[in-house]
Design a protein around this ligand. Structure first.
Ligand code: SIN
Length: 514
């Protein structure tokens, strides 16, 4: 299958098309031979299959990670940094040989080793639907996590703490937490893995990755590149599953060998994993659902606010946890903002991500379309107007027209639930106090955005928004260097900056008799 897939889509490096799980350094089928069908959301056609693994394969993967942890945890930070940087290099230039990388890893890539991420972009576009440009941006985003955490590996300092009594010296050391379970979503098939894999490996942990069934090929390509970069067998293991996800998730959360569970996805699943992980007191970090408010005050730079909203709302066709779900616009600038945003959205070209003209790809599957349709119907039923879009696009694939709803009343479903689709809901407000109340009236607290040129208001609103991340006069906050994460029911822990701590334990060593 791999070679026909590779040939059909013009992939030059066939080794990147892996179609099996990965346990203890071996590509593996499911024990019972069962498979999962993976399809292209732009056409609905099957592009390949991966194994439908279950509890037994998961246990094998956990054991492999446990065995390799014995040696990997002793790897010096310097070696660890070097292997991670090699991974970053193969990720951005997969056709470089490992010899070239280890001889010249400190040099900038030469003109003839320009990053060749085409294969990875193509795999991602085929299984996720995002445009080739967005896929390219994601691969850059993915590799930035590996690079950031490679540099963090050598900075996991301990402390000396003055003792309150004579004769004692208190010292702390940072140690890897152990085997980590990594569960990731389909909306960023690479970056959501490297955001977790980067710190786990840099900290000296070993991992079992469970990628989503919609986008397993990007995950498997990453693992192939990590293997080429020099990570030893068993350090990274991948279990692919769909129907058996309940039992696989349970095993990952309840197995005593696993010491950490990290997940990006819905709040409902995060709660389930949280409760299952409690039985063995695992360390956890969860990036769960969002329902971001985006506020345009009367003193905003409207040009900037329109650009920010278009990017924040429609990035990945609205399928990001941090995208604006509720757009509050002051009544005095409402009409202008709405018409300018509609003019911007009218320039979008929706279609196959493989088409160079396409700016926005499909939604991941029909279930995603159904939820968006329900949210639009609910809002329209309660009085909202469709300014542009509003429905599914005819033809094969799961395409939904970029949509703007105006005059959205406050009591609609999309005020309380994550829509995860290309629908901008415009809600009018009059006062700062009123809009902050509306913005914070949700159980979610991932990101929040606002536009204002009043410096006092910028501080007040940034401090008052009940979220983990604020974009003040920007619609784009994401990068490897920020502390990414939410408050309330949007998650626990932070990824990116300081994120390596989530994969380490602080150990005290008290020296007596000094
Ligand atoms: C997400 O949607 O979960 C992540 C988005 C990002 O990293 O910007």
């Amino acid at each position: 299958m791999a070679s026909s897939f590779a040939a059909a889509f013009g992939l030059k490096d066939e080794g990147l098309l892996q179609t099996k799980g990965y346990i203890a350094g071996r590509w593996r089928d499911a024990l019972d031979g069962a498979t999962i069908s993976v399809s292209n959301p732009a056409t609905g056609e099957e592009i390949g299959t991966v194994p439908e693994m279950g509890v037994k394969e998961t246990q094998e993967a956990i054991t492999a990670a446990q065995d390799s942890f014995k040696a990997w945890k002793r790897t010096t930070a310097k070696v660890n940094r070097r292997v991670s940087l090699s991974f970053e290099r193969v990720l951005t230039a997969p056709n470089l040989s490992i010899q070239m990388i280890s001889q010249k890893f400190w040099e900038a890539p030469s003109a003839n080793s320009v990053p060749k991420t085409h294969e990875l972009n193509l795999i991602q576009t085929l299984e996720n639907g995002k445009t080739l440009n967005d896929a390219k941006a994601e691969i850059t985003y993915s590799s930035s996590f590996i690079e950031w955490f490679a540099e963090e590996a050598v900075r996991t300092y301990g402390e000396t703490i003055p003792a309150p009594v004579p004769g004692i010296r208190n010292v702390t050391v940072m140690q890897p937490v152990g085997v980590c379970a990594i569960l990731t979503p389909w909306n960023f098939p690479s970056a959501m893995i490297t955001r977790k894999l980067g710190p786990a490996l840099a900290a000296g942990c070993t991992v079992v990755v469970k990628p989503p069934p919609e986008t397993p090929f990007s995950a498997l390509a990453l693992v192939e590149l990590a293997r080429r970069a020099g990570f030893p067998d068993g350090v990274i293991n991948v279990v692919t599953t769909m129907k058996n996800v309940g039992e696989v998730g349970k095993e990952l959360c309840e197995n005593t060998i696993v010491r950490k569970v990290t997940f990006t996805g819905s709040t409902a699943v995060a709660k389930l994993l949280y409760s299952m992980s409690a039985s063995t007191m695992k360390k956890i970090s969860f990036e769960a659902g969002g329902n971001s408010p985006f506020i345009v005050f009367d003193d905003a730079d409207i040009d900037a606010a329109v650009e920010g909203a278009a990017l924040c709302k429609y990035r990945a066709s609205g399928q990001t946890c941090v995208c604006a779900n509720r757009i509050y616009v002051h009544s005095s600038v409402y009409a202008e903002f709405a018409s300018r945003l509609a003019a911007k959205v009218a320039t979008f070209k929706v279609g196959s991500g493989l088409d160079k003209e396409t700016t926005h790809g499909p939604l991941i599957h029909d279930r995603a379309i159904k939820k968006v349709e329900e949210h639009v119907a609910d809002a329209v039923g309660k009085g909202a107007q469709v300014l542009i879009g509003g429905s599914r696009l005819e033809g094969p694939g799961s395409f939904f027209a970029p949509t703007i709803l105006s005059d959205v009343p406050p009591n609609v479903r999309l005020s309380n639930e994550e829509t995860f689709g290309p629908v901008a809901a415009l809600i009018k407000f009059e006062t700062e106090e009123e809009v902050l109340k509306l913005a914070n009236d949700t159980q979610y607290g991932l990101a929040g955005y606002f536009y204002s040129r009043d410096i006092g208001r910028v501080w007040r609103v940034a401090e008052a928004l009940e979220v983990g991340m604020v974009g003040a006069n920007t619609g784009m906050i994401s990068s490897a260097v920020i502390p990414f994460g939410g408050v309330k029911e949007s998650g626990l822990g932070r990824e990116g900056a300081h994120g390596i701590q989530e994969y380490m334990q602080t150990k005290l060593i008290a020296f007596g008799g000094v």
